[in-house]
Design a protein around this ligand. Structure first.
Ligand code: PLP
Ligand code: COI
Length: 354
């Protein structure tokens, strides 16, 4: 069956999988909804997106994604409030960042209206999939990859833009223990660290596996040049609280410019918290942990929301961060999620109704 919404053709799935999903016990990102949005780039332009049943994709073995890794993605969430209204959080920022990533990876930029109207149409169709259980939301994964063929090491001539949804619970199931990495690097000056390129994540897997084997959940990356400065974690930006000041590393071409990060900075300032965006040395954190001035560390990201860090490891020593009362992580998490789920005033104008 084919219907038309806003010029976006919708081919509906014959049956729905929704009844098989346990919405009270959602993990992160492993259950997918009934439909997806697909948009093809061919002959020098993006075709109008269409919505089709969620299904595997068939690709030629010489598709350049397999060989040269032209692949970028975004991560966003849709939230449902008590009145069943659906909300997005700063969605245009994700679209703009996808296009920043696209430019760096020599991928053609996606028109903003295709992104926004395609996403809105898909959300309206899949609205029953947006969980209302506390801490859950609909995780949204827009991505673009090179479907064009050939072994020549040059940008592809064809691409696919897809949006898929996964009703999801928390990204981390428990406390987060991180390892400050000194040997491997996530990104380098002049590299692609600021892009949400698939390869950035592939490159992290091996060092992260080594950290997991030692009992950590994530790696905190340091700068590739000196390994003296902490930058960000595998899937989130990092904040540290030294005494009552909240500090985070400045963005650069090595760090993802997180939407949660910049929102937290605004909210913290609004709360009257002293905030600094500056380089943070590993030795400063170790010293602060030793002298008791390191009160909190937490990660911030769409998937991770705000994830308190319970300990960090550096050079075979673990430094524990016991939870303190009146911590910034809880306060800031409440403030941002209250905006996202439409439980509080949105004084910064970030929430977008679908
Ligand atoms: N840093 C990295 C490497 C990430 O993958 C993410 C997740 O998207 C973030 C930071 C946080 O970014 P955002 O808050 O926009 O989700
Ligand atoms: C997100 O927070 O949306 C991300 O993209 C992180 C992801 C690697 C799970």
């Amino acid at each position: 069956m084919e219907t038309k919404t806003m010029n976006i053709k919708i081919e509906k799935a014959k049956t729905s999988k929704i009844d098989k999903v346990d919405f009270d016990n959602l993990a992160f990102g492993n259950v997918f909804t009934d439909h997806m949005l697909v948009c093809d780039y061919k002959n020098g332009s993006w075709n109008v997106p269409k919505i089709i049943p969620y299904q595997p994709i068939s690709l030629d073995p010489s598709a350049k994604i397999f060989h040269y890794g032209q692949s970028i993605f975004e991560g966003m969430k849709a939230y449902k409030d008590e009145n069943n209204d659906i909300w997005l959080f700063r969605p245009l920022d994700n679209c703009k960042r996808l296009n920043i990533s696209a430019k760096r990876m020599a991928i053609p930029e996606i028109p903003e209206d295709y992104f926004m109207e395609g996403l809105t149409a898909l959300l309206k169709l899949e609205k029953d999939w947006i969980p209302q259980t506390p801490g859950s939301s609909l995780y949204i994964r827009p991505f673009i990859f090179a479907s064009g063929t050939g072994f020549h090491a040059s940008p592809a001539d064809e691409y696919k833009f897809i949006i898929a949804f996964a009703p999801s619970g928390a990204y981390f199931s428990g406390k987060v223990k991180v390892l400050i990495e000194e040997k491997y690097s996530r990104s380098a000056n002049g590299g692609v660290g600021y892009a949400k390129a698939g390869g950035n994540y592939a490159g992290q897997f091996y060092p992260t596996q080594l950290a997991l084997e030692k009992g950590y959940n994530q790696v905190i990356w340091t700068d590739d040049n000196t390994h003296e400065f902490i930058e960000e974690a595998g899937a989130m930006n990092i904040f540290v609280r030294i005494n009552d000041t909240l500090v985070t590393a400045p963005t650069s071409d090595r760090i993802l410019d997180g939407i949660t990060r910049k929102s937290i900075l605004k909210i913290a300032k609004d709360e009257g918290i002293a905030v600094e965006e500056r380089k943070i040395t590993v030795s400063e954190i170790v010293e602060a942990a030793k002298n008791g001035s390191l009160k909190e560390m937490f990660g911030a990201g769409t998937a991770a929301v705000i994830s308190p860090i319970s300990a960090f490891g550096f050079r075979d020593v673990d430094y524990d961060l016991p939870e303190i009362g009146d911590n910034y992580a809880s306060l800031l998490k409440k403030r941002i999620t209250d905006i996202q789920y439409n439980r509080a005033e949105d004084k910064f104008g970030w929430r977008v109704k679908v």
